[in-house]
Design a protein around this ligand. Structure first.
Ligand SMILES: Cc1cc2nc3c(=O)[nH]c(=O)nc-3n(C[C@H](O)[C@H](O)[C@H](O)COP(=O)(O)OP(=O)(O)OC[C@H]3O[C@@H](n4cnc5c(N)ncnc54)[C@H](O)[C@@H]3O)c2cc1C
Length: 469
């Protein structure tokens, strides 16, 4: 093996050419088992195609397993805009008392609480019931291409390095790992490359959530919340608190190190449980293992003072104790593909309709600013469409992308990134891949009207021209 040096240190090595076994060849390959990937795989498998889902972790669910509520099911006008397969997942969770109703919220439009452990079981069960083959512990580390056409991926796992070929691939990695490695142009962050900071979620038990909500409801001068009127808390037993900025300032003056301006508390489905979304590590690049490691270490260090703050300053936390941290640092933003259409801030804020709409979203631009401790929120007042072209990459065929890494700007991504729209995109990508494979065409050549018709017929919600509906 040849080692090339630069300035006295080893710069690269030349790996010997090697033969890699083709482990499998399937109709549709989905990479990433988060909210988008679960839906993509279930949709693609609906009429018997061979669909394989690869996931690098030991469980499916992605960010739906880190203690977050699912946001985005309802529009700013209260209408349910995400239906179809995503609703089926929630219905399955509800059977196990592991999901709440879609509760209206003045800030988040709707919150749907889910029990993270149950997501791991139920999402897996939904995939297996749909006939999807699932392979865990398998990281996609490279791609197989013929000219501009993606033919499959290279995986690394305990089994070593293997290839998997497919007629169509759907990248649901959140990081656009497949697209990037296939040569699709990608962007990261704002104009300076600044990305939204990640958060390690953690869970406290022994929280008196009744005392918390009634204190906020009854003492509005002491407990100031962002955008959510105090009386909302008097009427709702399950909620997200965002704000209490003055309490953080007091704690900071008393010497506690709190990395954010806002208290964010999410009630759990289990009594006395609360998930805390307050660690925040700046300048982490979720596509760089060294940077990710720094993020995990720093976020873990932040938890101690945040917990002290909650126990000492926030009503209802007096007897709270720590039970668990999320299984991994939650990454808000990394790569976005440059696709056939790049959704932008104006598309979101002008409630834009697209002829090739494949999903409807309504969540506001919710941008945790990369360089300070604050957040920018902007609402459009209604809904906006997600166009099929934003799921189609440029320069590479045989590939679709769904989830937070579709083709958007930094600002538009801050709106479409929540889990309900990611699931709707996944369902659309899965159905598109199925149509493409059945017709023997590239996903880019799929008849959009047919895709929209199928989405509507199968229970999804899309705003489409009259001739489709
Ligand atoms: C701290 C935080 C708070 C948030 N708050 C909310 C909230 O309250 N509500 C809400 O709805 N949304 C929230 N979001 C946003 C939301 O969680 C994500 O944007 C959403 O989950 C994206 O879905 P996805 O399917 O695209 O990606 P992910 O959920 O990230 O799933 C990607 C999956 O792909 C797998 N994977 C990645 N790379 C590879 C690879 N190379 N090979 C194999 N597998 C791979 C991962 O292991 C993962 O399972 C938050 C995000 C963060 C980080």
């Amino acid at each position: 093996m040849a080692i090339t040096s630069s300035g006295g240190s080893a710069a690269s090595i030349l790996e010997p050419e090697r033969r890699t076994a083709v482990r499998d060849e399937v109709d549709v390959l989905v990479v990433g088992g988060g909210p988008a990937g679960i839906m993509a795989a279930c949709a693609a498998a609906e009429d018997g195609l061979r669909v394989l889902l690869l996931e690098s972790r030991s469980f499916v669910g992605g960010n739906m397993t880190i203690g977050l509520p699912v946001l985005g099911f309802l529009s700013q006008k209260g209408e349910q805009i995400i239906r179809g397969l995503p609703q089926q997942l929630i219905d399955r969770l509800k059977v196990r008392n592991a999901a709440s109703e879609h509760r209206p919220c003045p800030l988040h439009m709707a919150i749907t609480l889910v029990e993270p452990e149950a997501v791991k079981f139920v999402a897996l069960e939904m995939l297996l019931d749909a006939g999807v083959e699932v392979r865990l512990h398998t990281l996609v580390a490279g791609v197989v291409k013929e000219g501009d056409r993606l033919r499959g991926v290279i995986t690394e796992s305990k089994s070593g390095r293997e290839a998997i070929l497919a007629q169509a691939v759907i990248d649901c990695t959140g990081d656009a790992d497949v697209a990037y490695r296939a040569g699709v142009p990608c962007e990261k962050g704002d104009e300076h490359g600044g990305m939204q900071p990640p958060t390690l979620m953690f869970c406290l038990a022994g929280v008196d959530t009744e005392r918390l909500r009634m204190s906020i409801a009854e003492e509005p001068r002491t407990y100031l919340t962002d955008f959510i009127p105090n009386d909302y808390f008097g009427q709702n037993h399950q909620f997200i608190v965002v704000g209490l900025r003055q309490l953080i300032q007091k704690a900071q003056s008393a010497g506690l190190s709190i990395p954010t301006e806002r208290t964010i508390i999410i009630t759990g489905l289990r009594e006395g449980e609360a998930w805390i979304n307050m660690t925040r590590v700046k300048r982490v690049d979720g596509t760089d293992a060294t940077s990710l490691t720094r993020g995990e270490i720093e976020a873990r260090r932040q938890i101690e003072d945040i917990q002290r703050y909650l126990v000492s300053y926030v009503p209802g936390f007096e007897k709270a104790y720590s039970t668990k941290t999320a299984p991994f640092l939650g990454i808000r933003e990394t790569r976005r593909i440059v696709g056939r259409y790049v959704m932008n801030r104006d598309d979101v804020l002008s409630c834009r309709h697209f002829d090739d709409a494949i999903a409807v979203a309504s969540y506001p631009i919710d941008l945790h600013r990369p360089n300070d401790d604050g957040c920018t929120l902007e609402w459009c007042g209604d809904c906006y469409d997600i166009p099929y072209r934003s799921l189609l990459p440029t320069k590479v065929s045989g590939l679709l992308v769904a989830g937070r890494c579709i083709s958007t700007t930094h600002e538009a991504m801050a709106a479409i990134r929540v889990m309900a729209p990611c699931m709707a995109m996944g369902e659309a990508a899965g159905r598109a891949a199925r149509l493409a494979v059945r017709a023997g065409v590239d996903p880019a050549e799929v008849e959009v009207r047919q895709l929209q018709r199928e989405l509507l017929e199968r229970g999804a919600y899309v705003r489409v021209p009259a001739q489709v509906g």
